[in-house]
Design a protein around this ligand. Structure first.
Ligand code: DGY
Length: 321
């Protein structure tokens, strides 16, 4: 069945005004006006009878939600490239199509990756606090010394679209690119490939985690792997929080074995590991990788165009299943 202005659609989070207007023009839209994170049972209740369900990375669309909403449900569209919050197998079995938003957010995420990297290496949090708090005694030759980037090795774990966008920017800062990926990329542009994560870690002055959030990678950056990084290394995470063992990272930062970290993503957001808040050598941002006006509009349009392509019987590039 094709979508029409009569098709019921439920929007779980507030999208940008332009995208919401476009959704209203195309569907009979109901939405979660107050933009809270809806638990699965509430999604199932409020979206009952909907042909289209628009979500984001914060909504758990599990087997039970899909079972409740099928057979009316045709499409689940998530305003995220990550899809670890959706039970794809359950969707496949129920004949529900799933769309996500790859490509359009790679540049924005790479920008935040560099923001984290620079702040972690150059002590952005401490510097900002010193000025803001009035505790700056004035310039001093040894004040807030950080790690310079030129000639250092950036180890990118996950050389997909976002990883490659990060590499482009990092080269401009004089970093040598190393990477580990399931498959070797075609156009390496001088990057050094490591067949194992262990080898990458041993060669990373800065570790950039850009691998997708999948259950198989949960906890992959554990105490043993953090220990494999060179003394004084920096860790940056732009992927999903649960790839890191939080307690192990806190311990490595607290002991000074690692110089610093920059994190945009966390396990159990927004209830992050409390010790992160107590450390000075860490720069924290609240999952803002794709948060630009341009990108969030483009993500919304990608979903709308995906639904339109499905209506025409085509297979859009952003179809997951
Ligand atoms: C993504 O796209 O997966 C981001 O993490 C959230 O939008």
């Amino acid at each position: 069945m094709q979508s029409s202005p009569q098709s019921k659609a439920f929007l779980c989070r507030r999208y940008t005004p332009k995208v919401e207007a476009a959704l209203r023009e195309r569907f009979a839209l109901d939405l979660n006006e107050d933009d809270t994170i809806l638990p699965p049972a509430e999604i199932a209740r409020r979206a009952r009878g909907s042909a289209l369900l628009f979500v984001s990375a914060t909504e758990m669309v599990d087997k039970a939600v899909i079972a409740e909403l099928a057979p009316a449900l045709r499409v689940i569209a998530t305003l995220s490239v990550g899809f670890d919050h959706i039970d794809l197998e359950a969707a496949r079995q129920a004949g529900v199509k799933v769309l996500h938003t790859p490509e359009v957010l790679s540049d924005a995420c790479a920008e935040v990756a560099m923001l984290l990297l620079l702040n972690a290496c150059r002590r952005g949090f401490e510097a900002d606090r010193m000025v803001r708090s009035g505790s700056w005694p004035g310039w001093a030759p040894t004040q807030l010394l950080g790690m310079g980037l030129v000639g250092k090795r950036l180890g990118i774990f996950g050389m997909g679209r976002i990883g490659r966008a990060i590499a482009v920017r990092a080269r401009g800062f004089g970093l040598a690119i190393h990477y580990h990926n399931r498959t070797r990329v075609q156009q390496e542009e001088g990057a050094v490939y490591h067949e194992t994560l262990e080898s990458l870690l041993a060669h990373s002055d800065i570790l950039m985690i850009a691998a997708p959030g999948t259950p198989s990678l949960r906890g992959v950056i554990n105490a043993r792997r953090l220990d494999a990084l060179p003394e004084g290394a920096v860790v940056v995470n732009i992927s999903r929080g649960d790839l890191i063992d939080d307690a192990a990272l806190v311990q490595a930062l607290r002991s000074g074995r690692l110089r610093g970290a920059g994190l945009d993503v966390f396990a159990n957001e927004p209830d992050i590991h409390p010790d992160y808040r107590t450390l000075d050598n860490i720069f924290l941002t609240p999952h803002i990788g794709s948060a630009t006006h341009e990108t969030r509009d483009a993500m919304g349009w990608l979903l709308i165009h995906g639904v339109e392509a499905l209506d025409r019987g085509e297979t859009p590039d952003n179809l997951l299943c």
